[in-house]
Design a protein around this ligand. Structure first.
Ligand SMILES: [Zn+2]
Ligand SMILES: [Zn+2]
Length: 203
């Protein structure tokens, strides 16, 4: 599996494009849909699906433009974040307009059955009710969304957030192999061992 990670939108969301055998999975296309489409073309990749770690506006902004470019493109999202996706408060205009409809949704928890992608979906509520992390054991890679950051964790003061729930979710992540590379939803990459040693929320 190959990975390209770019920062998109004003909130600099880490959008990862995972690919294998010419197929691509686009994780958290927060903004800059045209740039993502260009990147896929450059790499001669056919998108297989969009994977969302959660439904906050800064992670989903390019979903409509990607689905316009690739009709029928599926969006994997946990059911507990479906409401967040189209919620009228889930916006920050002018850059992030609310999205009126969630099209082509598949349940993130079913992703393990998708052929060609060695993935384990970990339920990590706390930042949002339907937050998930995508773990790729063979690639020793974790896409942690806004659950775990280098040296920090996601905020829990937004609607649906809960600190105790987030702390429980983090315990699932510290159980992963130490040498797992972590690509958070924002900011620098890290590893599980570095976070176990240095992240104050994991002590
Ligand atoms: Zn978020
Ligand atoms: Zn975010």
């Amino acid at each position: 599996m190959e990975r390209t990670t770019i920062q998109v939108g004003g909130f600099e969301v880490n959008c990862s494009i995972l690919s294998e055998n010419g197929k691509a999975w686009i994780v958290d296309p927060g903004q800059e849909g045209e740039r993502i489409v260009r990147l896929l073309a450059e790499k001669k990749l056919t998108p297989a699906a969009i994977l969302l770690t959660h439904a906050h506006f800064d992670h989903i902004g390019a979903v409509p433009s990607l689905q316009a470019a690739f009709p029928g493109l599926k969006v994997y999202l946990h059911e507990n974040d479906v409401e967040v996706f189209t919620h009228p408060m889930n916006q920050l205009p002018p850059e992030y307009q609310p999205i009126d409809k969630l099209r082509g949704r598949a349940d993130a928890m079913d992703l393990r059955q998708v052929e060609g992608l060695d993935v384990e979906v970990i339920e990590t509520p706390g930042h949002t009710p339907g937050g998930v992390c995508y773990h790729f054991p063979a690639a020793k890679l974790l896409l942690s969304g806004d659950t775990l950051f280098a040296g920090s964790v996601g905020r829990t003061d937004l609607p649906g957030g809960d600190m105790a729930t987030l702390m429980d979710s983090l315990q699932k992540l510290v159980a992963l192999p130490d040498d797992t590379r972590v690509v958070p939803g924002h900011g620098m990459e890290t590893t599980i061992v570095a976070e176990k040693r240095g992240n104050p929320f994991l002590q």
